[in-house]
Design a protein around this ligand. Structure first.
Ligand SMILES: NC(=O)c1ccc[n+]([C@@H]2O[C@H](COP(=O)([O-])OP(=O)(O)OC[C@H]3O[C@@H](n4cnc5c(N)ncnc54)[C@H](OP(=O)(O)O)[C@@H]3O)[C@@H](O)[C@H]2O)c1
Length: 393
C-alpha cells in the first residue's frame, strides 16, 4: 500500500466532498487515502476525482484494523467522516498508531439516541500523553458555527451574553422525503427532546415544541424549531460571560408531516422488532428505503443559510449582530458534485485538518474547535468555498 499522510474514513456524502477538496491541495495533505465500509463507494469517488487518491475497505468499528491501516500508511492525520458510532474506535486507533484525529459529530452509542461529549472528553489525558491532537466537531454545526463564536469573542465583543445558532436549508431536492445527511443520524437527532442552556442550567422541552420566525439573510423569514445540538455543550463552557445559548433549525411542513407519520407508525424506533422471525431495527430499515444523501446534489435547487446571532457588550455598548454563510446547492454540485449540507460539512473538515497539518493549530489533548484561534480558519473558509458575512442587527 502506498504511503499516505492523510487518511479519510467514510466514503459517504461528506467524505466525497472532503476527499475532493483535500486532493486539490497536495502540498498540504500529501498522499491521500480514502477507506470506508463499502469499497465500491470509495472507488466511485476515486473515479470522479481530478487527482491521485488511494482507496481501501475498512470496518471502522474494528479499532485494531484501523490501527493497522494507519500504521501501514504512515498516516499523520485521520479525518473521520464515518458515523458518530465509530468515533471512539477511530480515536483508539489514532492513539495506538500515533495519528491526529478530526471528526464532525460527537460520539453516540448505537442502541441509545444520546450524544454528548463526555465519552470523547474522557480521552483528554490519553491524547495529551501521546502528544497528539483530537479536534472535535469540524463540520458546519458543530464546526463553523463554533468558530464564528470564537471569532465574535475575539474581535467583536468584550462579553457575549446570548447566542442563537440558526440553521436554514431553504433548498428543494425534489423528493417527497429525504434527509440531507445520514438518515439514521438525522432522524435520531430531530426526534430527541429539545434542550437549551440558560443561566447555567439546561432546560428541556418536548421535541420541536418551541418555534419562532427567524430572518435569514438572502432567504427571508422562516420558522425555526428549537433543538438540542451538541455544540451547545462545549460553547456553554468556552464562551465567557454567556447567559444563554440555543439552537434553531428550519423544517418544511412537508418534512415534519412525513416525520410525524413515520414516528407514529414506529418506523423511527431504534430497538429491534421481530419481523417474520428476524430482528430488525425499523430506523435502519427506513434508511435503506430513503434516498442516499450523496445522490441528492444533481437536482437540488436553492440555498442554505447557517449562522449565529449574538447579543453582548463591546465597550459598554449593547450589540446585536449575525455572522453567517449562504451556500447554493448548485454551486456545490458544480464544485464537487454534492449538495450544500454535505459541502458545508466536508469543506470545514478539510479546513480543520489543514490548520493542524500546517501548525496554525497546535495542542496536545482533545479540543473543541472554538478553543483554537479562529482567524486562520475564517480566512480559509473564504478561500475554499464558504464565504461569510457579518451584519449588525
Ligand atoms: N457537523 C456538521 O455540520 C455535520 C453535518 C452533517 C453530517 N455530519 C456528520 O458527518 C458524518 C457523515 O455524514 P454523511 O451525511 O456523509 O453520511 P453518509 O453519507 O451515510 O456517510 C457515512 C459513510 O460512513 C461509512 N461507514 C459507516 N459505518 C462504517 C464503518 N463501521 N466503517 C467504515 N465506514 C463506515 C458509510 O459506509 P456505507 O457506504 O457502507 O454505508 C458511509 O460511506 C456523520 O457523522 C454525520 O453526523 C456533520
Amino acid at each position: 500500500m502506498k504511503k499516505a499522510k492523510t487518511l479519510i474514513i467514510g466514503a459517504g456524502a461528506a467524505g466525497n466532498v472532503c476527499a475532493k477538496k483535500c486532493v486539490r491541495l497536495p502540498d498540504v495533505f500529501g498522499n491521500i487515502h480514502l477507506a470506508s465500509r463499502t469499497l465500491s463507494k470509495c472507488k466511485d469517488i476515486q473515479s470522479s476525482i481530478d487527482g491521485p487518491l488511494d482507496v481501501s475497505q475498512i470496518d471502522a468499528d474494528d479499532s485494531k484494523a484501523v490501527t493497522r491501516l494507519i500504521s501501514d500508511l504512515g498516516a499523520e492525520i485521520v479525518i473521520n467522516l464515518a458515523l458518530p458510532y465509530q468515533d471512539l474506535s477511530i480515536m483508539d486507533a489514532c492513539l495506538d498508531a500515533g495519528a491526529h484525529y478530526i471528526d464532525t459529530a460527537n460520539y453516540e452509542p448505537k442502541d441509545e439516541a444520546k450524544f454528548c461529549y463526555k465519552w470523547q472528553w474522557d480521552y483528554q489525558e490519553k491524547f495529551k500523553n501521546a502528544g497528539l491532537t483530537a479536534l472535535l466537531g469540524s463540520g458546519f454545526d458543530p464546526g463553523v458555527t463554533n468558530v464564528f463564536c470564537a471569532y465574535a469573542q475575539k474581535h467583536l465583543f468584550d462579553e457575549i451574553h446570548h447566542i442563537d445558532i440558526v440553521d436554514c436549508n431553504d433548498g428543494d431536492h425534489g423528493h417527497a422525503f429525504a434527509t440531507n445527511f445520514n438518515p439514521e443520524i438525522n432522524i435520531r437527532e430531530v426526534t430527541q427532546r429539545g434542550k437549551y442552556w440558560e443561566n447555567g442550567k439546561w432546560i428541556e422541552c418536548d421535541p420541536l415544541s418551541i418555534s419562532k420566525l427567524i430572518d435569514f439573510p438572502e432567504v427571508g423569514q422562516r420558522k425555526g424549531y428549537l433543538m438540542y445540538h451538541e455544540e451547545l455543550e462545549s460553547l456553554s463552557k468556552n464562551i465567557r460571560g454567556l447567559k444563554s445559548i440555543r439552537f434553531w433549525m428550519t423544517f418544511s411542513d412537508n418534512y415534519l408531516t412525513h416525520l410525524n407519520v413515520l414516528e407514529n407508525i414506529g418506523m423511527t424506533r431504534i430497538d429491534p422488532v421481530n419481523h417474520q422471525g428476524t430482528p430488525i431495527i425499523p430506523l435502519e430499515f427506513l434508511k435503506t428505503l430513503l434516498p442516499d444523501p450523496s445522490s441528492l446534489g444533481r437536482d437540488y435547487q436553492g440555498k442554505t443559510c447557517i449562522g449565529c446571532i449574538f447579543e453582548g457588550v463591546k465597550e459598554t455598548q449593547v450589540k446585536r449582530l449575525m455572522i453567517y454563510n449562504v451556500c447554493k446547492h448548485q454551486d456545490c454540485y458544480s464544485d464537487v458534485q454534492s449538495q450544500a449540507i454535505s459541502y458545508t460539512t466536508g469543506v470545514p473538515a478539510m479546513i480543520g485538518a489543514k490548520q493542524l497539518i500546517e501548525g496554525q493549530w497546535k495542542g496536545k489533548g482533545v479540543f473543541n474547535i472554538e478553543e483554537f484561534d479562529p482567524d486562520p480558519f475564517m480566512a480559509d473558509l473564504r478561500l475554499y468555498g464558504l464565504p461569510w458575512e457579518v451584519v449588525n442587527l
